[in-house]
Design a protein around this ligand. Structure first.
Ligand code: HH2
Length: 423
């Protein structure tokens, strides 16, 4: 590495950085368009593929210049351990190679392959999408590319970080208005704590806490109000009181009335992944395959939304940081958030003040975990997350504005004279 003549650099494996390097050489637009995507290496996993289909996928990928990993049993035609003749497949190649392979699948002799090809194509398109128009009962909410902040208004005596602070309706409404002044794009009002170990509150009590606050904020805060509930009745009454989003921490897989209420009102829904119930979710959480399991659960929620009549464009997904997850689970999910973009829906994430930040930093008081929250939010933005559910709106807003600007920076700034100096 001592010879500087070629100034060798491995550049960012994104087509944006490659395109900039190619333009600098004087490549034509058409040349850049054809070559730059070849810088983008991808791995795509498909589960439960029949051995014969897996071998065809591998052939198609090899023909396109990429490759595909299939289980040795499928490859060699042996009986597999599960006995169902199915295997997972990992397609590897550049984006154009995978796109070429998809064209081949359209003409493949096995009809299932065309369906698989469509799914892969949709996942690739979802991964690149950074703007969504989400229809609400009154108007539309644009999500992305600027990350949106969802300000938390807990009308509870026992929330893990701010329980009791805004338990009176007046205090909660003032708090919500302050969060909007600080830059909140949505307010999420909740009348039940779902912290680990918590017991459900009676539905009447949840309504008594949340409804007046929803009603007053929906009428005056100037941003959409979301109701954080797992109960159909609470969702329905909050929507009637002016809420326009339902944030269901059971991902539409608990009370079926939640989805029905959202569909009737034309509301958007946040589908969050949770393992089990708040009371017991932190008792030895285990996953067979964390990212795959969370993704599958969210897909089931999206299917439930569709069945209930909720428009696909009205859905938002959330991996549920801290809901049935160890420190390692939370970190893996935050590190690999970008994979959830394969679902083609905006991602919301809620790391705010949570226990994993305390575990990593030793900060035991949740309200003092603002810097840790900001770090998690900034990295989430870098991975394509478009909504952040937070307590500390002003502080996180600053972190997220910087993170989004770096995420969107041009790979090659225009050559020009010196700009303003450091200040
Ligand atoms: N986290 C909490 C509550 N609701 N909703 C979504 N979509 N995502 C989350 O990560 C999420 C959520 C827990 O935080 P908080 O509301 O502050 O605490 P508590 O449940 O104790 O009220």
């Amino acid at each position: 590495m001592a010879d500087p003549r070629w100034n060798v650099r491995v550049i960012d494996p994104s087509d944006r950085a490659a395109a900039a390097a190619m333009r600098r050489l004087g490549c034509s637009d058409r040349g850049v368009e054809r070559m730059a995507p070849k810088a983008e290496g991808l791995a795509v996993v498909l589960e439960g593929v029949a051995a014969v289909e897996a071998n065809l996928l591998k052939q198609e990928m090899l023909a396109a210049g990429g490759d595909a990993a299939v289980s040795p049993d499928a490859w060699l035609g042996r009986a597999d351990a599960a006995g169902d003749g199915k295997t997972d497949v990992v397609l590897v190649g550049t984006r154009p190679q995978i796109e070429t392979m998809l064209l081949g699948l359209d003409q493949a002799p096995l009809p299932a392959l065309a369906g698989m090809g469509r799914e892969v194509g949709q996942a690739l398109a979802g991964r690149r999408r950074d703007r969504f128009e989400v229809p609400l009962p009154r108007g539309t909410m644009t999500v992305g590319p600027r990350p949106a902040l969802v300000g938390i208004v807990n009308v509870t005596p026992d929330s893990f970080s701010d329980g009791g602070e805004h338990f009176e309706a007046d205090a909660a409404v003032d708090h919500g208005r302050r969060l909007v002044e600080e830059g909140a794009d949505v307010l999420d009002v909740g009348g039940e704590s779902t912290r680990p170990g918590s017991d459900p509150v009676p539905v009447e009590e949840e309504l008594r806490r949340a409804l007046p606050v929803v009603e007053r904020l929906a009428g005056s805060a100037g941003v959409p109000v979301s109701i954080d509930t797992r109960r159909g009745r609470v969702a329905r009454e909050a929507l009637a009181a002016g809420a326009s989003i339902v944030n269901d921490v059971s991902g539409l897989q608990g009370d079926p009335e939640v989805a029905a209420a959202a569909a009737e009102a034309g509301a958007a829904v946040v589908l969050m992944h949770m393992r089990g119930e708040p009371k017991t979710m932190q008792v030895d959480p285990r996953y067979d395959n964390l990212l795959a399991d969370v993704c599958r659960y969210l897909r089931a929620g999206l299917a439930a939304a569709r069945r209930a009549g909720i428009g696909e464009e009205q859905t938002i997904v959330d991996p549920g940081i801290g809901f049935g997850k160890t420190l390692e689970h939370n970190l893996a999910l935050l590190a690999r958030l970008g994979e959830l973009r394969s679902l083609g829906r905006p991602i919301l994430v809620g790391p705010s003040r949570k226990r994993f930040i305390g575990e990593l930093t030793g900060v035991s008081t949740p309200a003092e975990r603002t810097f840790g929250t900001a770090a998690a939010c900034a990295l989430a933005v870098a991975r394509g997350v478009l909504l952040l559910r937070v307590h500390d709106v002003a502080e996180v807003r600053q972190a997220v504005a910087v993170a989004a600007a770096i995420r969107d920076a041009r790979a090659e700034p225009p050559a020009q004279g010196p700009g303003p100096g450091p200040s």
